[in-house]
Design a protein around this ligand. Structure first.
Ligand code: UGA
Length: 439
């Protein structure tokens, strides 16, 4: 099929490459010429395992193209909307201006081709009610809309797109859009043949599924971070607590890693946009607990900075701290709302010299955080440091040799912001190990 993907950020670029892998003729559209130039040359604009290989193969074969001109995509049978919906600068709600611009330019491009009746499929995370509004505008132009939220995780985005847990199709008129459902089934034929569960539901439900899933995940993380606060006060161990409650299948062990909390371009802004939307719907009380989730998350960062200060007897001026990790999670170079960088900044504000290193995100750190000393490798970061802080659990940091690292630092103190290091090995090597909610 001929498919377009409008918006080539983390979601769109991966989706475009995976749709080409599914066997379709794909064109990716984005307003950012530099991004498009890179993608068109078959190079990934961000770190995402598996993406460079897919781009090289499908851009190479001509099955996947990229353009800044919507007209070049106007003959597609299916248009995916994959633009960002970040938090608005003036509040908690989602900024829908990119979506608005994408829809407008799609309508204009399709109007130039009388007779075309494409299916439009929304993938962006949007406030409930958006699909209906967009769908009505498109219907007036002879186009049909389905909402098909995306659940991919950065760092596993290719795998999550090619083999998703589930496909959710939100239809505006349940029971009356079988043709549209059949077209989307053809787009995802490979995933459906693999047995991926497919849920067809109303548009509003599909929009809510997405934000409900992210809110639940955020709640799990803040729940365990709240337990870590209790563990810190009582000498209990939150990692053992998580193991023990996680054995209960109703609870599950995943997303119960206490530490410096959640960050990135999705969970933080999604829970805030959800609360803002609930307020508009007169249902603020229903989601007031998410405010607590957000506050616990902010406290996790604050407590980490306090732990570092305490370990250095409250004086950070003149001290050098090595922060290992800048990306909001491993296997990504995304630093949006990164907990590791939030802690690093707090330490710098308290007067410390903060050296940061990350296997993937250093270019972004150099550009956006001039107050931090960006260094290229762990050795340079830790040499002569008074304290080492683990901010992102990249495997190369988790596997660091505490004996060799000890030789490089001024003081062997490690604060583990992710509870990812083995306390015993570090203590046996002569380190003062300070975890999160761990005695
Ligand atoms: C999240 C969701 O997991 C995806 O399902 C969703 O599609 C995506 O948002 C989105 O809306 O686009 P992502 O932001 O890539 O995916 O990252 P997660 O793996 O959810 O991690 C989010 C943050 O929580 C990271 O900072 C991570 O370090 C932190 N985290 C995760 C914890 O602190 N503890 C945990 O136990 C798990």
């Amino acid at each position: 099929m001929r498919v377009s993907v409008i918006g080539c950020g983390y979601l769109g670029a991966v989706h475009a490459a995976c749709m080409a892998e599914n066997g379709h003729e794909v064109v990716g559209v984005d307003v950012d010429p530099a991004r498009i130039e890179r993608l068109a040359a078959g190079r990934a604009p961000f770190v995402e395992p598996g993406l460079p290989e897919l781009l090289a193969t499908h851009v190479g074969s001509g099955r996947l193209r990229f353009t800044t001109r919507m007209e070049d995509a106007a003959d597609a049978e299916v248009h995916f909307l994959g633009v960002g919906t970040p938090q608005r600068a003036d509040g908690a709600a989602a900024d829908l201006s990119y979506l608005e611009a994408a829809v407008r330019s799609l309508i204009d491009a399709v109007a130039e081709r009388p007779g075309t009746r494409p299916l439009v499929v929304g993938k962006s995370t949007v406030p409930v009610g958006t699909a209906r509004q967009v769908g009505e505008r498109l219907r007036a132009r002879g186009m049909t809309l389905l909402w098909n939220p995306e659940f991919l995780r950065e760092g596993r985005a290719v795998q999550d797109t090619l083999a998703p847990d589930r496909l959710v199709y939100g239809v505006l008129e349940p029971g009356q859009q079988d043709e549209a459902v059949a077209i989307l089934d053809a787009v995802y034929a490979r995933q459906l043949a693999d047995g991926t569960p497919r849920i067809v539901t109303g548009a509003e439900t599909s929009e809510l599924v997405k934000v409900a899933a992210n809110s639940f995940l955020a709640t799990k993380i803040s729940f365990i971070n709240a337990m870590a606060e209790l563990c810190d006060r009582t000498g209990a161990d939150v990692t053992v607590l998580a193991d023990a409650i996680g054995i209960d299948e109703r609870i599950g062990r995943k997303f119960l890693h206490a530490g410096i909390g959640f960050g990135g371009g999705c969970l933080p802004k999604d829970i805030r946009a959800f609360m803002a939307r609930a307020g508009e719907l007169g249902a603020s009380d229903s989601l007031s607990f998410l405010r607590e989730i957000d506050l616990i998350n902010a406290r996790a960062r604050q407590h980490a900075a306090d732990r570092v200060s305490r370990a250095l007897e409250g004086v950070l001026t003149g001290r050098t701290i090595a922060v290992l990790g800048a990306a909001f999670k491993p296997l990504s170079d995304d630093i949006r709302d990164s907990p590791a960088l939030a802690v690093a900044n707090k330490l710098a504000l308290r007067g410390a010299t903060v050296r940061v290193t990350d296997p993937a995100a250093m270019d972004h750190v150099r550009r956006e955080f001039p107050v931090l000393r960006a260094v290229d490798d762990v050795e340079e970061a830790v040499r002569g440091a008074d304290l080492v802080f683990l901010g992102t659990e990249w495997p190369q940091f988790v596997q660091l040799d505490p004996v060799a690292t000890r030789e490089l630092v001024a003081q062997p103190i490690v604060v583990d912001g992710r509870n990812a290091l083995d306390p015993r090995t570090w203590r046996d090597a002569g380190w003062e190990y300070i975890g999160t909610g761990r005695p």
